[in-house]
Design a protein around this ligand. Structure first.
Ligand code: AMP
Length: 283
């Protein structure tokens, strides 16, 4: 049976709840989200449940990580549906501040993310990681979690935030959770709701292409040639534009030129119609 989830909208009320938990020596996990929750998000909550005594899920569509031309206004929102799903997986508290609560008048401080943010998504969305790092830093100091769970679906985001936590000595541990996929391989994403039925049929090709590339890289294939072939096959499948297909060091995200030893990650971003999809796999 689902338990009731406490929805908190003011920082004062949030601090009251977390202080009670701290007094009782309960550990706290935070799962930051922008809502429109799917099973990928819920898998993070389930993992958080196993790792801590109390689970806070934040729902905040963060304006500062969207550029003016991006999809902030049409980003899907369904708070009532989200809360019902979170009750079913045993979250304890939903932290759902308004934009005014998060960024009160006069707000003007920002975190400048480090080297992990420089290219890939950073090249195509220059403001993005600054917005993500700043809001996550705020969420960490608002909720004071012992751990925070993020999806490997946004692999570069995880690298950027790990670097921030390390560099700023933030007192929590980040956990990266595996990407949840649809049966046909498409990574679950709130943005999949934008796809037309025709685009939805093409979309799994994104994962299939990087999975095949990763296998070839592991087998020692020529990376530049295989990356070029992967881009061609995405365009042939119906993707309109491929922002990047890259093979990178799994930790530093530095470019990798040769196959063989070492942990690597294949990362991709490509457009299907008006929707930009990202994905990544280990190689
Ligand atoms: P978002 O609401 O898109 O900001 O995502 C919130 C968190 O859920 C981030 O840590 C994402 O990486 C994670 N996430 C999104 N999609 C998936 C997925 N398919 N599998 C696992 N985690 C995911």
């Amino acid at each position: 049976m689902s338990k009731k989830v406490n929805i908190v909208r003011s920082l004062k009320a949030l601090r009251k709840e977390t202080a009670k938990w701290r007094y009782k020596k309960r550990s706290i996990a935070l799962v930051p989200t922008m809502g429109a929750l799917h099973d990928g998000h819920l898998s993070l909550v389930r993992l958080a449940r196993k790792k801590a005594d109390r689970v806070v899920v934040s729902i905040f569509v963060n304006p500062s990580q969207f550029a003016p031309h991006e999809d902030l206004a049409r980003y899907p929102r369904d708070e009532a549906g989200d809360v019902a799903k979170l009750a079913a997986v045993g979250a304890d508290l939903v932290w759902a501040p308004s934009v005014a609560e998060m960024y009160p008048d006069g707000f003007s401080t920002a975190v400048q993310p480090g080297s992990a943010a420089r290219d890939l998504e950073g090249a195509f969305r220059p403001q993005h990681f600054g917005g993500v790092a700043t809001v996550c830093c705020k969420l960490f100091s608002q909720v004071t979690p012992d751990i925070a769970v993020f999806g490997q679906k946004d692999y570069q985001q995880l690298c950027v935030l790990n670097q921030m936590v390390r560099d700023l000595n933030l007192p929590l541990k980040l956990i990266g959770a595996p990407t949840k996929r649809e049966p046909d391989g498409l990574a679950m994403s709130s943005r999949n709701a934008y796809l037309t039925s025709e685009e939805r049929q093409i979309a799994p090709k994104l994962h299939a292409t990087i999975a095949a590339l990763a296998e070839d890289v592991r087998a020692g294939a020529d990376i530049a040639a295989r990356v070029a072939a992967a881009k061609r096959s995405l365009l042939a499948a119906g993707f309109g534009k491929v922002d990047y297909v890259e093979v990178r060091d799994a930790e530093t995200l530095a470019p990798v030129e040769t196959g063989g030893q070492g942990a690597r990650r294949v990362l991709v971003a490509a457009w299907l119609g008006k929707t930009r999809l990202i994905d990544n796999v280990a190689a």
